[in-house]
Design a protein around this ligand. Structure first.
Ligand code: NAG
Ligand code: NAG
Ligand code: NAG
Ligand code: NAG
Ligand code: NAG
Ligand code: NAG
Ligand code: NAG
Ligand code: NAG
Ligand code: NAG
Ligand code: NAG
Ligand code: NAG
Length: 666
C-alpha cells in the first residue's frame, strides 16, 4: 500500500478531524517467559490453571489464538501466561496474563470475563485489551478490586458498560491503569483514584466523566507519581482554576482533547508543569492568549491545539522550545501574521544568528491552517526550520510567492486556499504531497518539476498556463493529479501511458486513482491506451476541447467510479460493453474500495475532505468520505450520436447519468 513514509507518523497522531483511539498501550512490553523447560515437572498451580481454563470457557476463541491453553500442558507455557520463576522445583504462580492484540499476533478474543480470574492471587500484570465483549451491556467486573497485587491493568477497548468500579481503588500497587476506549462507561466520583498512590499511567479516555465535580484536577493532584494522563473525550466539566500547589511534577504527557472546556487558556491548571513533553488540547475550545509560561516548556515535543474555534492568540516566544517536534494549531487562532508567528517558533538558523551557531530544532510537523493568518510566507521557512517535513498553511489569507523548498526536508506542503501569487517553483525530490490549489498562481509549470516521489499533485483553481511537463511522468507513485480549473493546454498527457505504470498495476498500486483535468484547454483525441489506467477511480475531463470518439477500451476501467467528459467535442457512439465497468455495477462496499479509501487516508492528513473537495469555480465542495458514493457518468454537451446502449441499465450503482445536449436517438 502506498503511504507517505516520512510524515506518516505525524498524520496518525495529529489527524485533526478524525480522532483515532489506539487500543494498544504505548509502553512496549515484551513477554518474558521463565527459562524453564516445559517438561521439568514443576508446572503451574492447579488452582490457577483451573481458573485460567474457566476464563477460557467464557471466550469464543474462533481463531484458535489460545490453542496452547491445554489442560495437560504446564500453564506457565501457555500463550500470554507468565509464572514467577523464583521457586525451584515448586509450582510457579501466574504473575502475568497478557492477552493483548500484540501478544496474540493481532487476534482479538470475544467473550465474557469470568470472575475466576480473581483466583490468580499473585497476578501482577493483567492485559485484556484483546478481549471484546459482545454485549455492551456486560457490567464491569468488580472482582478486579480483589486482585490487590496488580501493578498493571489494561482493559482498554473491552467494551464494558456501566460505572467504573470504585473497587479499583483497592489496587493500591497499580502503576498502570488503562480504561481507555471503553464506550458506555461512566464515573461520577473519581475519588477512588486517590488511593492509587503509585499510579504512573492513567487512561480513561471515552469514560463519561460529565458528572464528576469540577474540582477533578484536585483529585489527580494527589497522585504525584503520575507521568501520563489521557482523558480524551470524557465530557469533562470545565475547570477554569489554578491549583494552589501542583504536585504532578512528573507528568510528561497530558491529553485532554475533545472535552469542551471552553475557558480561557490562561486559567488551565497545568501551566506550571513545565516538564510536560506532550500536551494535547485539540477540540477543547480553550480561548484567549496563551500564557508566557508556554515559552518555558523546554521539554515540550508535541503541542496539539487544533479545532478550537479560532478564538486563541499565540504571542509567546517559543524559540527556546528546541525539543518541539510537532505543533498543530489548525483552526484555533483568531488572527496573526505569518512572519511574526514563524519568527517566534523554534528555529535552526535565526536571522540574527549565523547558521553554524544556530541550534538545530527538531520541529518536523507544523499545522497553522485555518487561522486567519495574513502576510507573506517567509521564503526561507523550510531552511530556518530545517527539520520541517509537513507544513500546512492552508485556508489562511497568505500572500506572496510559494516559499523555496528545493533542498529542504519538506515532504508535504499544503498551501490550499490562500492568495499566493507567482509561479510554481521547482519542487524537491522529497516532496510527496503538494497541494497549492485555490490560489492566484500563474505561469507555466516548471519544466523539471523535480520530484519523482509525488503521491499527490493538486494545483487546481489557479491561473496556470502551458502544457503538463514530461517530468511529471517521473512520479511513479502518483495517486492524485488534480489540475482542474486552470488554463492548461495540450493533449492528454502522454506520460500517463508509461510502461512502469503497468508494472505497478501488478503490485496493486493505486496509481492514477484520481485524475482531474477539467475546466482547462486540453485538446486532441482521447488516447486508446486510456484503458490501461485500470486503477483509475475518478476521471474528470469535462470542459476542455477533447474531440473524436470515446475509446472502447475505456470499458476496461473496472475501478471507475466517476467519469466525466461533459462539454467537450466528443462525437461518435457511446461504447457498448459498459457492463464491464464493474465498480458501477457492484455492491456498495468492496474490499478494493476500502483499501483505496485507506490509501488516501494515509496520504492526506487524516481528512479525505481536505484533498477531495471538488473544486468548482473557486468554491470548495467537500465530499469527505462520501466521495465513495459518487458514482456517475456525465457525457453531456458533446456531439454524440447513435442510440443509448441498453447495457447502461446494468450499472446499478450509477447515481447520475447525464447524456443531455447530444444528438442521441432512441
Ligand atoms: C442493558 O441492561 C439493562 C438493564 O440492566 C436493560 O434494561 C437494557 O435493555 C439492556 N440493553 C441492551 C442493549 O441489552
Ligand atoms: C475494596 O474497597 C472497598 C471500599 O472502597 C471495600 O468495601 C471492599 O471490601 C474492598 N475489597 C474488595 C475486594 O472490593
Ligand atoms: C454523559 O453522561 C451524562 C449524564 O448521564 C449524559 O447526559 C451525557 O449524554 C453523557 N455523554 C455522553 C457523550 O455519553
Ligand atoms: C498535593 O497538593 C495538595 C494541594 O493541592 C496538597 O493538599 C497535598 O498535600 C499535596 N500532596 C499530595 C501527596 O497529595
Ligand atoms: C506557578 O508559577 C508561577 C510563576 O510562573 C508562580 O507564581 C506560582 O506560584 C506557581 N504556582 C504553583 C501552584 O506552583
Ligand atoms: C543552543 O545551544 C547551546 C550549546 O549547544 C546551548 O548552550 C544553548 O542553551 C542553546 N540555546 C537554546 C535556545 O536552546
Ligand atoms: C484577507 O485579507 C483581505 C485584505 O486584507 C481582507 O479584505 C479579507 O477579508 C481577508 N480574508 C480573510 C478570510 O481573512
Ligand atoms: C540545491 O542543491 C543543489 C546541489 O547541491 C544546488 O546546485 C542548488 O543550487 C540548490 N538549490 C537551492 C535552491 O539551494
Ligand atoms: C513491486 O513490489 C515489489 C515488492 O513488493 C518491489 O520490490 C518492486 O519494486 C515493486 N515494483 C514496482 C515497479 O514498484
Ligand atoms: C469539433 O470537432 C470537429 C472534428 O471532429 C471539428 O471539425 C470542429 O471544429 C470541432 N468543434 C469545435 C467547437 O471545436
Ligand atoms: C446535465 O448536463 C447539462 C449540461 O452539462 C446540465 O446543464 C444539466 O444540469 C445536467 N443535468 C443534471 C441532472 O445534472
Amino acid at each position: 500500500m502506498v503511504s507517505s513514509a516520512a510524515c506518516f507518523f505525524f498524520f496518525f497522531f495529529f489527524s485533526r478531524l478524525i480522532t483515532i483511539y489506539f487500543c494498544f498501550s504505548p509502553i512496549a512490553h515484551a513477554r518474558h517467559p521463565v527459562t524453564r523447560a516445559p517438561d521439568a515437572g514443576d508446572g503451574c498451580v492447579c488452582k490457577e490453571r483451573d481458573a485460567l481454563l474457566d476464563f477460557m470457557r467464557g471466550i469464543n476463541d474462533a481463531d484458535n489464538a489460545l490453542a496452547s491453553w491445554q489442560w495437560e500442558k504446564d500453564c506457565c507455557w501457555w500463550i500470554g501466561v507468565t509464572c514467577s520463576s523464583n521457586r525451584i522445583r515448586m509450582a510457579g504462580n501466574v504473575i502475568r496474563l497478557e492477552l493483548s492484540e500484540a501478544s496474540l499476533g493481532g487476534q482479538v478474543l470475544q467473550g465474557r470475563m469470568s470472575p475466576s480470574l480473581s483466583s490468580l492471587e499473585h497476578l501482577e500484570y493483567l492485559d485484556l485489551s484483546a478481549l471484546v465483549l459482545p454485549s455492551i451491556n456486560s457490567s464491569s467486573p468488580k472482582f478486579l478490586g480483589s486482585m490487590t497485587k496488580l501493578r498493571y491493568l489494561d482493559l482498554s477497548g473491552c467494551l464494558f458498560s456501566g460505572r467504573v468500579p470504585p473497587e479499583l481503588g483497592n489496587l493500591t500497587r497499580l502503576k498502570h491503569l488503562d480504561l481507555g476506549n471503553m464506550q458506555h462507561m461512566y464515573s461520577a466520583d473519581i475519588s477512588w483514584i486517590t488511593h492509587l498512590r503509585s499510579l504512573e499511567y492513567l487512561d480513561m479516555s471515552l469514560v463519561n466523566l460529565s458528572m464528576v465535580a469540577p474540582g477533578w484536577p484536585h483529585v489527580l493532584n494527589t497522585i504525584p507519581s503520575l507521568e501520563v494522563l489521557n482523558l480524551v473525550k470524557c465530557t469533562l466539566p470545565s475547570t477554569p482554576q489554578a491549583l494552589a500547589q501542583l504536585n504532578l511534577t512528573k507528568l510528561v504527557q497530558l491529553d485532554l482533547s475533545s472535552n469542551r472546556l471552553g475557558h480561557p487558556i490562561q486559567s488551565c491548571w497545568f501551566w506550571n508543569l513545565t516538564s510536560i513533553e506532550s500536551l494535547k488540547l485539540s477540540e477543547t475550545f480553550l480561548h484567549g492568549p496563551f500564557p508566557t509560561a508556554l515559552g518555558s516548556f523546554t521539554a515540550l515535543q508535541w503541542l496539539g491545539f487544533s479545532d478550537n474555534g479560532n478564538a486563541a492568540t499565540l504571542l509567546v516566544d517559543m524559540r527556546s522550545l528546541c525539543s518541539m517536534k510537532s505543533l498543530g494549531l489548525g483552526g484555533s487562532l483568531s488572527h496573526g501574521n505569518i512572519e511574526d508567528l514563524v519568527d517566534r517558533l523554534p528555529h535552526g538558523i535565526t536571522r540574527d544568528k549565523p547558521a553554524q551557531e544556530g541550534n538545530f530544532t527538531s520541529l518536523s510537523y507544523l499545522d497553522l491552517s485555518d487561522n486567519h493568518l495574513a502576510g507573506i510566507i517567509p521564503s526561507d521557512i523550510a531552511y530556518t526550520i530545517p527539520s520541517l517535513c509537513h507544513l500546512d498553511l492552508s485556508r489562511n489569507n497568505l500572500t506572496g510567492p510559494i516559499p523555496i523548498i528545493e533542498n529542504s526536508s519538506l515532504s508535504e506542503l499544503i498551501l490550499r486556499s490562500n492568495q499566493l501569487t507567482g509561479q510554481i517553483p521547482k519542487l524537491d525530490r522529497k516532496i510527496e504531497v503538494m497541494d497549492i490549489s485555490i490560489n492566484l498562481l500563474s505561469g507555466p509549470l516548471p519544466i523539471d518539476i523535480g520530484s519523482p516521489n509525488l503521491l499527490a499533485l493538486i494545483l487546481s483553481s489557479n491561473y496556470l498556463i502551458g502544457r503538463i511537463p514530461e517530468s511529471v511522468c517521473e512520479s511513479q507513485s502518483m495517486i492524485i493529479v488534480d489540475l482542474s480549473n486552470n488554463f492548461l493546454e495540450g493533449a492528454f498527457p502522454k506520460c500517463f501511458q508509461m510502461q512502469r505504470w503497468r508494472i505497478l498495476e501488478a503490485n496493486q498500486s493505486l496509481l492514477g486513482s484520481y485524475v482531474d483535468l477539467s475546466w482547462n484547454k486540453f485538446s486532441g483525441t482521447l488516447p486508446l491506451w486510456i484503458g490501461h489506467m485500470v486503477n483509475l477511480h475518478f476521471l474528470h475531463l469535462s470542459h476542455n476541447m477533447f474531440y473524436g470518439h470515446i475509446p472502447i477500451k475505456i470499458t476496461n476501467l473496472k475501478n471507475l467510479h466517476y467519469f466525466s467528459l461533459a462539454a467537450n467535442n466528443i462525437s461518435g457512439a457511446i461504447p457498448r460493453c459498459l457492463s464491464k465497468l464493474t465498480m458501477m455495477i457492484g455492491k456498495h462496499s468492496t474490499i478494493i474500495e476500502i483499501d483505496w479509501f485507506h490509501a488516501y487516508f494515509d496520504v492526506v492528513d487524516g481528512s479525505l475532505g481536505r484533498i477531495f473537495s471538488v473544486v468548482m469555480k473557486h468554491q470548495e465542495q467537500q465530499y469527505g468520505d462520501s466521495i465513495l458514493d459518487v458514482v456517475g457518468i456525465d457525457l453531456s454537451l458533446n456531439s454524440l450520436t447513435g442510440g443509448i446502449p441498453d447495457e447502461i441499465t446494468s450499472l446499478k450503482r450509477l447515481l447520475s447519468l447525464n447524456l443531455s445536449w447530444n444528438q442521441l436517438s432512441g
